[in-house]
Design a binder for this molecule. Structure first.
Ligand code: AMP
Length: 394
């Protein structure tokens, strides 16, 4: 795979597929610009090397229709501030007059296209849509790690069609960190896996069994394991159809001598919305009408101890319903425990990245991925289709 610094950008129209899928409040204000900032090194490099820079991204799920709620206009504004230069906004890819604005770009100028997902061809991986984008540039750069696990037109069909298609610095960094956690020889390698559903993490757990020395399981998926072991899990989130699979994982861990830790206590409540009438209970004591919504203090101690000698840590999935402060304690404590380590610590994107930021531990992690789904695919040991396309290029 080639990278942006291996091609001559001077005077060329350089299309950079970014991941500007940032969270916004109800008034359309960007609430976290981490993803925009993460793309700046590649954009600045293109500017410094005298390219005419054309940026593109998706935002949210507008489902192939124009919808102001998902417009990238606010991103253009934020980019303009961060780059200290004007950013030309192309508000409609079907409007020739709008596209004409790109012809006016000088070297070092920057333009941003409107949300690619306003056009049905994007998610359909349409060659026709890709061919339309292809006309706009000379060099294609993919820096959108967060969508590399998808076969969408701007990261797949377009990269195939482009004469020159290379990766940006963010994509490079993401791939390097995930490769590093599997290649590094230092031990122990501890994987911390939480979140809502075991189904979404199953392949990841199976792959990690071959690599990790310890696996710590938190979040709702712990309950499928506990139910598999015959314990009452009350109203906690359980995926009954995966109970056998959970048992398989427990058995395989034993065979492979991987230490698999399950929570030993929980903070429970009758519902996710009842943050007042809560109680702690051990894993043997979950009542029929209660659900576990966070790991308890004994589990925090157990997990802290299990993490204490870690040399490599990968974390994907919160330990509880961290969005509510009453159920965020366990997640915060684990973030702090990982943050204290002198280890290579890599955090999956999405909710886990958000949880680390809320716990004020972002600065203590070696790397926080910008892509939830894409990083999970790498933890599953799979390749990313949009990366494969770049690798196939000459
Ligand atoms: P995931 O996308 O699979 O990493 O799941 C993240 C979600 O898991 C977050 O929104 C958490 O609120 C949720 N979660 C974590 N622990 C629990 C739990 N014990 N019960 C219900 N939801 C949980």
């Amino acid at each position: 795979m080639k990278f942006i610094n291996e091609v001559d950008l001077k005077g060329k129209r350089v299309f950079i597929r970014c991941d500007f899928n940032v969270p916004m409040d109800e008034n359309g204000n960007i609430t976290d610009d981490t993803r925009i900032k993460a793309a700046l090194p590649t954009i600045q490099y293109a500017i410094d090397n005298k390219a005419k820079v054309i940026l593109a991204s998706h935002l949210g799920r507008p489902k192939g229709k124009k919808n102001e709620k998902y417009s990238l206009r606010a991103v253009a504004k934020r980019l303009s501030t961060l780059l200290s230069r004007d950013v030309v906004f192309i508000s409609d890819l079907d409007d020739e007059n709008e596209l004409k604005k790109l012809e006016g770009l000088d070297v070092g100028d920057v333009a941003l296209l409107e949300n690619l997902r306003f056009y049905p061809g994007e998610e359909q991986n349409s060659e026709e849509f890709a061919a339309k984008l292809l006309k706009l540039f000379d060099i294609y750069v993919n820096d959108a790690f967060g969508v590399c696990h998808r076969k969408h037109a701007s990261v797949y069909a377009l990269a195939k069609l482009a004469k020159v298609a290379v990766a940006g610095f963010l994509l490079k960094k993401e791939l390097e960190y995930f490769a590093k956690i599997f290649e590094i020889k230092e031990k122990p390698f501890v994987a911390v896996i939480g979140g809502a559903k075991i189904s979404g993490k199953l392949d990841c757990l199976v792959n990690l069994l071959d690599k990790a020395d310890k696996i710590l399981i938190g979040g709702a998926q712990a309950f499928t394991f506990l139910k598999a072991l015959g314990y009452e899990t009350g109203k906690s989130l359980v995926e009954d159809e995966l109970i056998d699979e959970a048992l398989n994982i427990l058995n395989k861990a034993k065979t492979l001598n991987v230490k698999l830790y399950l929570p030993v206590d929980f903070l429970c409540s009758a519902s996710i919305d009842d943050t007042v009438n809560t109680c702690y209970c051990t894993y043997q004591e979950i009542k029929k009408d209660m659900m576990g919504l966070d790991i308890g203090p004994a589990t925090v101690k157990l997990f802290e101890e299990a993490l204490s000698d870690a040399k490599v840590v990968v974390w994907n999935g919160p330990m509880g319903v961290f969005e509510k402060k009453e159920f965020a304690h366990g997640t915060n404590k684990i973030a702090e425990a990982i943050g204290r380590l002198k280890a290579l610590s890599v955090v999956g994107g999405g909710d886990t990245a958000e949880a680390v930021i809320r716990a004020n531990q972002a600065h203590n992690m070696s790397y926080i991925s910008t892509g939830g789904g894409a990083s999970l695919k790498l933890l599953e040991g799979k390749t990313l289709p949009a990366v494969e396309v770049l690798e196939e290029k000459e």
